[in-house]
Design a protein around this ligand. Structure first.
Ligand code: NAP
Length: 483
């Protein structure tokens, strides 16, 4: 194989086959608050993608024969190294993603745990015996199955959680015995390259983890259509998810896509708690979270007090420099995105929704916004906003609220706030989503729980154990006993 170091030189580099490699072209990475360049990163051409696939094949050959204990130790080391470098990672996420410090630190803490959970799960991969003698003609057969790693995994990630979403693909893949080629978002590639340094020091075989930077339309596309990639695990928008599904052919795909999350608040709910959690769910990281709360349906009798509490909380949020520990709302990822949010909110106002607070943009910043009324004919009511705004809509009957929650093409997570156990269970049964959160915001996620969507929110499940299942296949053995 060609040495992966041939194009090596100083500055940021790509990580291929355990070596740091440069490229011909470079991409500037911008500090999303100051707008100044942080550095530039080489982008991969087709030759480097080819090199990464060959390295990942070698990495897979080494990974698949590593004992579970060794795979677990590698993951423990990555988790420990991440803890030691937590401040540096948080600072990087604040700069390249514009994520306020409190949320950037949370993301690093969660990622440490994601690797830790994977270190534990690596020891639990197992199969079952199958009583083949139950079938006539198979009386002398004994059966069992076991899980085997699927092979080279291409992981494509979005800008909003540059560390933990990479961790949700890399950690289960290493636990399963797969190798990974990660293509992070071009907006936030630095965290992924920093993570590669920890993997390099962890004792993972060369080629077990590779990081390529470049646009989705080129590097992403080459990876998705490469015949030697066994699986594509993608987190991002539904639009790109559909393109990937079309290009991937018969490869396995795991798609974690967008949402238009909703919560139901009935009159029995603790309204102070509900308002507090809804504010957190709607405005954290300026709503740039796939399970960010976008629509709230409140039982008519509770709508006025609930809205007053929510508006008071929204008005209290501090907009400003994401580096400051006190900042709640930083910039959106780009000014065009803030303009899009502005357009959608203007559309909702023109359709008759009442602006309760917020509603103003300054450059890439958008104020936390609450709209009151019926959003059903507007984009904010049906599509994914990815911005700091939420709608509040009164309802008369619980069934109407359920129907409204289910009325969008998405189905990732939804929530209900209630003290009525039967209603909570009815919501669990009737809501068409991958997760129902009871008495907390739909943006709640623990990193080991099964997580993923239905409808246009995707297919397959992440959450360490569940992602390992996706990245392994069951192999059956049938043994003929001659005596
Ligand atoms: P995006 O535009 O869909 O991009 C996601 C990734 O896909 C990026 O790395 C992008 O590369 C790449 N990509 C773009 N076109 C591609 C193609 N044709 N083939 C292969 N890869 C391609 O999403 P985003 O704006 O970064 O992130 C926001 C979206 O992610 C939202 O919809 C959000 O709901 C979703 N999300 C979902 C979850 C979940 O777990 N369900 C979690 C977080 C975010 P470049 O951008 O570098 O070109």
């Amino acid at each position: 194989m060609e040495s992966p170091t041939v194009r090596e030189h100083s500055g940021e580099r790509l990580f291929i086959g355990g070596a740091w490699v440069s490229g011909e072209n470079f991409l500037p990475v911008i500090d999303k608050f100051t707008g100044r360049p942080l550095t530039s990163v080489p982008t991969a051409d087709e030759e480097l993608v080819e090199m990464a696939v060959r390295s990942a094949e070698a990495g897979f050959a080494a990974m698949k024969v590593l004992p579970a204990l060794k795979r677990s130790e590698i993951l423990e080391k990555i988790s420990g190294a991440l803890r030691e470098a937590a401040d540096e990672f948080a600072a990087g996420i604040i700069a390249e993603a514009g994520k306020p410090a409190k949320f950037a630190r949370q993301e690093v803490e969660r990622s440490i745990q994601t690797f830790k959970f994977a270190a534990e799960e690596a020891k639990r991969l197992h199969g079952e015996t199958v009583p083949l003698d139950a079938q006539g003609g198979s009386e002398k057969k004994f059966g069992f199955y076991h899980r085997f790693p699927i092979g080279v995994v291409a992981a494509i990630t979005p800008f909003n959680f540059p560390l933990n979403l990479a961790a949700h693909k890399l950690a289960p893949a290493l636990a399963a015995g797969c190798s990974v080629i990660l293509k992070p978002s071009s907006l936030t590639p630095l965290t992924a390259l920093k993570l590669a340094k920890l993997v390099e020091a962890s004792g993972a075989p060369a080629g077990a983890f590779n990081v390529l930077v470049g646009s989705g339309g080129t590097v992403g596309d080459w990876l998705v259509s490469h015949p030697n990639v066994a699986m594509v695990t993608f987190t991002g928008s539904a639009e790109v998810g559909k393109q990937i599904r079309e290009k991937a052919g018969l490869k396995k795909t795991l798609l974690e896509l967008g949402n238009n999350s909703a919560a139901i608040v009935d009159e029995t709910a603790d309204l102070d708690w509900a308002a507090q959690r809804c504010a957190a769910g709607a405005f954290a990281y300026s709503g740039q979270v796939c399970i960010s709360l976008q629509r709230i349906y409140v039982e008519k009798s509770a709508a006025k007090p609930f809205t007053e509490k929510l508006v008071a909380l929204a008005k209290n949020l501090k907009v400003g420099d994401p580096k400051l520990g006190t900042t709640d709302i930083g910039p959106l990822i780009s000014e065009p995105d803030a303009r899009r949010v502005e357009d959608w909110i203007n559309e909702a106002k023109a359709a008759g929704m009442e602006l309760k607070c917020g509603g103003r943009r300054k450059e890439a910043f958008y104020e936390p916004t609450v709209l009151f009324g019926d959003p059903s004919g507007c984009r904010i009511g049906t599509e994914e906003l990815f911005g700091p705004a939420v709608t509040v809509t009164p309802y008369e009957k619980f069934e109407q609220a359920v129907e409204a929650v289910n009325s969008t093409p998405y189905g990732l997570q939804a929530a209900i706030f209630t003290r009525n156990l039967n209603r909570a269970f009815a919501a669990f049964r009737e809501l068409e989503v991958g997760g129902v959160i009871i008495n907390d915001s739909p943006s709640y996620r623990a990193d080991f729980m099964p997580y993923g969507g239905v409808k246009e929110s995707g297919s397959g499940r992440e959450g360490v154990r569940f992602a390992i299942e996706e990245m392994t296949y069951l192999k059956m053995a049938a043994l003929h006993l001659s005596e």
